[in-house]
Design a protein around this ligand. Structure first.
Ligand code: IPD
Length: 265
């Protein structure tokens, strides 16, 4: 697929950051250090990835604003556009030597996500989408959400709380309602890839409470352009409020949505 200039800038930046992370990931696998030592190393890898992304993206588009997991928000001269970036989604996987993590870059224009790139450098899978142009993987593979329409055949992904346990009671209730109705639930530790996999039809749906904008911004447009649904868990919340998000193929949007919202599917 022939992408726009912005999409090409995003993919080039994601590849460059991905190469740096792959190098560091090999080191993590070999590190014979304490957890604290490994943690510090990974946080340096994360910060280095964000620095590469910032240099590439802001270098190419100096007027755009910025929201990054590590460096926070910086308004741009152009108040209508900003990059939303997670330099390493799946940090805990990375730290444990699990090859399931990604770089995630979204472009927001007037409050709407218009392009997204999620690069899984360990598996060399580049997921991307632009508004109105469909969703793709690795240039030539068009992405479509799954066609499953029966909850009982559905495989769902989620994230469960860690650190602060603020959303634990609701997350446990979600699981208790959903698990008897479906084929399985996965918690793989990288929300960007959970959404990319919904777009690719590998998962039938995803939801998570308390999820941050940089974890999901790129995935939102990739799922939508692959024909899927993305909504806030609570009606009326802005999508990137951080409160919670639900995504699925269009057949399951209603029963899955009702189950997570506790509305008697
Ligand atoms: C985390 C991952 C995880 C999700 C967490 C996120 P990070 O992002 O996406 O799957 O459950 O909510 O914070 O910290 O690895 O960038």
């Amino acid at each position: 697929m022939q992408g726009s200039a912005n999409l090409n800038i995003m993919m080039k930046a994601a590849r460059k950051a991905g190469r740096s992370l792959v190098k560091d990931f090999r080191e993590v696998e070999n590190l014979q250090v304490t957890m604290k030592g490994a943690g510090d190393f990974v946080s340096k890898a994360d910060i280095a990835s964000e620095a590469i992304l910032r240099e590439e993206l802001t270098g190419a588009r100096p007027t755009y604003g910025w929201l990054g997991e590590e460096s926070g928000a910086a308004p741009g001269e152009d108040p209508t556009r900003r990059w939303i970036v997670d330099p390493l989604d799946g940090t805990t996987n990375f730290l444990h030597g699990l090859p399931h993590w990604a770089v995630s870059i979204a472009l927001e224009h007037k409050g709407e996500i218009v392009a997204g790139v999620i690069f899984d450098a360990a598996k060399d899978e580049m997921f991307f989408a632009e508004k109105g142009q469909g969703a793709w993987m690795n240039q030539s593979q068009r992405l479509r959400v799954s066609g499953r329409s029966r909850m009982i055949e559905g495989l769902f992904a989620t994230g469960v709380p860690f650190g602060t346990m603020q959303d634990l009671p609701e997350s446990l209730k979600d699981l208790a309602r959903l698990m008897p109705q479906c084929a399985g639930v996965r918690r793989w530790g990288a929300a960007a890839l959970d959404l990319a996999y919904v777009a690719a039809g590998r998962f039938d749906g995803y939801w998570e409470r308390g999820i941050k904008p940089w974890d999901v911004a790129a995935g939102i447009i990739i799922v939508r352009e692959a024909g899927g649904f993305v909504k806030p868990i609570a009606d009326g919340d802005p999508l990137l409020s951080g409160a919670g998000l639900i995504a699925s193929n269009s057949h399951l949007a209603e029963p899955f949505g009702k189950t997570i919202r506790d509305l008697q599917a």
